[in-house]
Design a protein around this ligand. Structure first.
Ligand code: ADP
Ligand code: MG
Length: 345
């Protein structure tokens, strides 16, 4: 049974539909990542679950109890903000204890629970420090300790890693995932970073213009995207328009597409496509896409190159990585296996 259930949520700001019939569920111990571009409604969804947004309509249940009308402090959810702010004048211990004091827990319980949270996050040795004596990563853990110390039914994280530099972010991804599995608190995790979502989520919800376009496991949304937007948003892709040329069916490379449209959009998983010399023999299986083109640009990227390739009858270039070295003006063939490209009308 779902611990959190949001049913048909609507919220408009003037003419902007921030939430447009959003329904999601989170199971026990599950991490649901909500992804989407800026302005798609992710923060509004989170804030409405936390109780900071007055919905136009819809219902929210936690453990089957309708909490739609409850004020934030009665919901037992913890929210971890985009710009987590620790109180600068309080020590780490006091910062983490704050939520429990508000709840009027007694001193002994506060001490026990704060100690537990600090130990859990491996920051007990920092208890007496002030925030300005901590690194970014340490501050992050303190903020997380502050969120989990109240033992919420649901943990809401809004782009928790966006303030950290790329290297720390990579490492903390692993930690966060391990931590969430150990804590077993159902978690809604908002990010605009699809790679982050793919790597840490049990399931992913993709939002766009206030709507949830698809919910599924990372494998499902990556392998079977529901539409062009999802296909393009997830993964590293090259997206091109292929027009109808001449009589007969619309052709994309070696494939015939059954459509009455004058053009189709093709999403190619750029990291799965192969670039090969034009003369090389290759095995093309049923449903594979084979294109022929010319290298027009080449970027060195360490162990691989990124190529800009023009393909006959397609006006936009394809961008595809390869470990093999080609030179500009060279003719190449591009092989994309079935399942690594998607065609949309
Ligand atoms: P995200 O977190 O995905 O970037 P938001 O939920 O913050 O998106 O915003 C969704 C849309 O609602 C945006 O167009 C945003 O400008 C608008 N919006 C959000 N909060 C408010 C508000 N308090 N007042 C007016 N417009 C808002
Ligand atoms: Mg946001």
């Amino acid at each position: 049974m779902a611990v959190l259930e949001a049913r048909n949520l609507y919220k408009s700001y003037g003419t902007v539909k921030a939430l447009d019939d959003v329904s999601i569920e989170i199971e026990d111990a599950e991490l649901l990542a909500v992804i989407g571009p800026s302005g798609s409604g992710k923060t509004t969804l989170l804030r409405s679950i936390a109780g900071f947004v007055q919905l136009d309509s819809g219902k929210i249940f936690i453990k089957s109890k309708d909490i739609t009308e409850l004020p934030p402090e009665k919901r037992n959810v913890a929210m971890f903000f985009q710009n987590y702010a620790l109180w600068p004048h309080m020590t780490v211990f006091e910062n983490v204890a704050y939520g429990l004091k508000i709840k009027k827990c007694d001193r002994k319980e506060i001490k026990e629970r704060v100690d537990w949270a600090l130990e859990f996050l491996d920051i007990k040795s920092l208890a007496e420090r002030k925030p300005n004596q901590l690194s970014g990563g340490q501050q992050q853990r303190v903020a997380l300790a502050r969120a989990i110390v109240v033992q919420p039914d649901v943990l809401l994280l809004d782009e928790p890693l966006s303030n950290l530099d790329a290297k720390i972010r990579m490492r903390i991804r692993f930690e966060l995932k391990a931590l969430q599995k150990k804590l077993k608190i159902p978690t809604l995790y908002v990010t605009h970073d699809q790679e982050e979502a793919l790597s840490i989520a049990d399931r992913i919800a993709i939002m766009h213009n206030g709507k949830v376009l698809q919910v599924g496991t990372p494998q499902e949304v990556y392998r079977s995207p529901a539409n062009l937007f999802v296909a393009d948003f997830i993964g590293v892709n090259s997206v091109v328009t292929v027009p109808r040329t001449g009589e007969g069916p619309l052709r994309v490379g070696n494939l015939r597409i059954d459509t009455s449209q004058q053009a189709v959009r093709v999403v190619i998983r750029a990291e799965e496509a192969k670039v090969l010399p034009i003369e090389r023999e290759m095995l093309v299986q049923e449903g594979d896409l084979k294109l022929e083109g010319t290298i027009v640009g080449k970027l060195y990227m360490g162990f691989k190159y990124r190529y800009e390739i023009m393909v006959k009858d397609i006006q936009e270039p394809l961008f595809i990585n390869s470990e093999e070295s080609f030179e500009p003006k060279q003719s190449v063939q591009i092989l994309v296996r079935k399942g690594s490209f998607f065609v949309y009308e």
